[in-house]
Design a protein around this ligand. Structure first.
Ligand code: XMP
Length: 517
């Protein structure tokens, strides 16, 4: 792999993704990783990421100079560039001047540069730094500068060591991806072999090796991750896998059918459907507190799934215990949970959380090394339905946390109808890729007066909550075109009799969360 050494900013994941977009496998390691541990991974190259600190700050992570003697090509970015300069005997000056944002860089002799080959002599690059490299280490030639930073890029082709002060991984750096590709191809001479086809092949082999002739179970939620994970395992071990779909009655229009029909048709998977609609309805009866709803749904889900696992075993007499459980854990979850990387624990993730100990499963996590866009690409290649592969995020507790008030079957019907209209219009307007998601929320305990035809109505409002986001941690409300909003409003109030008002949520996150509950 290409190792991306994480100096603690948010940039490491982005760098790792960009490397993979160049068809090269990348892996993030914490800056505390020793050179020996890095070399043990047999890296094709190492990229030192940006970071928040000054190389002179107390406890600032340094680079062990031994890394540069190992014969492994290295690219230093921003903080990594400065740490590299310092470790190799260059000079880093505390100028006290910050360069931040788009900056004009002047390339020096780009024709003969490895990283900057044939790029425009003047270009805009994205900077975010305080200290600056004031003198390149011996053996390096300087290949770019900015008004405030005389040494903005350097390279030593002999030792295959390279560095840039700017952030090539962000799209604001006009030729950023070219810098990374040049490093990988020309500097490090790595063949581009991280392709979707290879990913599938490799994962299939791994799953087979892990599972042997054991039985595997997978809970499908209707979401992208569990579907792709299930499809991969199906590809690997066929009928040793049983997928379980718990229909809790809280999905949106068409989603249960997508799992029960389209997914099965596309994969040939053995599906065990549990109709738990009534059970969830009973458990949620009269409950309006959001946290209560979440707890009840989580608890019921585990109980139903547990029983389903026992049933699956019982259905196949003599075929052995179900020993493996598929989980759709993704690489960002692994990195953020500190899984083997030492990064800070930001949040812990559960897909099928808190299964009881007496159902001891070994986990199969075929997406553990993948970013979301890679998961989608794998899904497409495995022939999964488009609507499933490109589905926007949808919360596990489903529509229950989009009904403000108690959840009833009738209210679910109303919300499902309104939501289907909003989704259809957004899709028709070509806006699906512009928004992160657009919850539709039913204010079931609120009524307002309206007029329709000649009659007075006394119905409920629904809220449209279109948001734009990178990662759901923060979000802004999406400025949807008025005509699209008008169509959604007209259709919902015409076609859903219980709803006589459509309102728009114009709150960012923070302070509002994306969901209302
Ligand atoms: P909030 O409302 O916290 O939502 O801003 C952030 C993102 O997470 C989704 N979400 C959930 N997803 N189980 C999930 O799997 C949940 O309980 C849950 N609650 C919120 C939400 O849709 C948004 O994308």
């Amino acid at each position: 792999p290409v190792l991306v050494v994480d100096y603690g900013a948010q940039y490491a994941q982005l760098i790792a993704r960009r490397v993979r977009e160049a068809d090269v496998f990348s892996e993030i390691v914490p800056s505390s990783t020793s050179v020996a541990d890095m070399l043990a991974k047999d890296p094709a190259a190492v990229i030192l990421s940006g970071g928040p600190s000054s190389v002179y700050a107390d406890g600032a992570p340094q680079v062990d100079p031994a890394l540069f003697e190992a014969g492994v090509p290295v690219l230093g970015i921003c903080y990594g560039f400065q740490a590299m300069a310092k470790a190799l005997g260059g000079e880093v000056a505390q100028t006290g001047r910050r360069e931040y944002g788009g900056t004009a860089a002047a390339l020096l002799d780009s024709a003969s540069s490895t990283l900057l080959r044939d790029q425009p002599a003047e270009q805009s690059v994205w900077m975010s730094h305080g200290d600056s490299v004031s003198a390149a280490p011996a053996g390096f030639r300087v290949t770019a500068s900015t008004p405030d930073t005389p040494v903005a890029a350097f390279e030593d082709d002999e030792r295959r060591l390279y560095g840039v002060q700017w952030h090539p991984e962000v799209k604001h750096s006009a030729h950023g991806q070219d810098v990374l590709v040049n490093f990988l191809r020309s500097g490090a001479r790595i063949a581009p072999d991280w392709t979707t086809g290879n990913v599938i092949e490799e994962q299939v082999a791994r799953i087979r090796a892990q599972v042997g002739d054991g039985k595997v179970i997978c809970a499908l939620s209707g979401g992208v991750d569990s579907a792709v994970a299930g499809a991969l395992v199906q590809r690997a071990v066929g009928d040793q896998l049983t997928c379980v779909f718990v229909d809790h009655g809280l999905l949106r229009a068409g989603e249960a059918e997508q799992v029960e029909k389209d997914f099965v048709a596309a994969t040939g998977v053995k599906l065990h459907v549990v109709d738990a609609v009534q059970r969830f309805a009973d458990a949620l009866d009269g409950v309006s507190d959001p946290e209560q709803k979440r707890k009840i749904i989580g608890r019921e889900f585990i109980r139903v799934f547990e029983q389903a696992a026992r049933d699956v075993v019982a259905e196949e007499p003599g075929s052995g215990e179900v020993r493996f459980l598929v989980q759709g854990t993704l690489y960002p979850d692994v990195v953020e949970s500190g899984g083997g990387t030492g990064a800070a624990t930001i949040k812990s993730h559960h897909n099928v959380g808190g299964l009881p100990d007496d159902l001891a499963f070994e986990l199969v996590e075929p997406l553990r090394a993948l970013f979301k866009d890679e998961v989608r690409a794998v899904g497409v290649q495995l022939g999964l339905p488009e609507a499933m592969v490109h589905r926007q995020p949808f919360p596990g507790p489903g529509l229950a946390i989009r009904i403000v008030g108690a959840v009833t079957p009738q209210r679910l019907e109303v919300l499902r109808a309104a939501d289907a209209i909003a989704r259809a219009e957004l899709t028709a307007a070509g806006l699906d890729r512009d928004i992160w998601q657009c919850p539709v929320v039913l204010l079931a305990d609120v009524r307002s007066v309206g007029v329709q035809g000649d009659g007075r109505t006394y119905g409920h409002p629904v809220v449209l909550r279109p948001v734009s986001s990178e990662d759901a941690m923060t979000a802004d409300w999406t400025r949807l075109p008025y005509d699209v909003l008008a169509r959604i409003s007209t259709r919902i109030t015409n076609e859903v009799p219980e709803v006589n008002r459509v309102v728009l949520d114009v709150t960012s996150k923070p302070p509002g969360t994306i969901e209302w509950e």
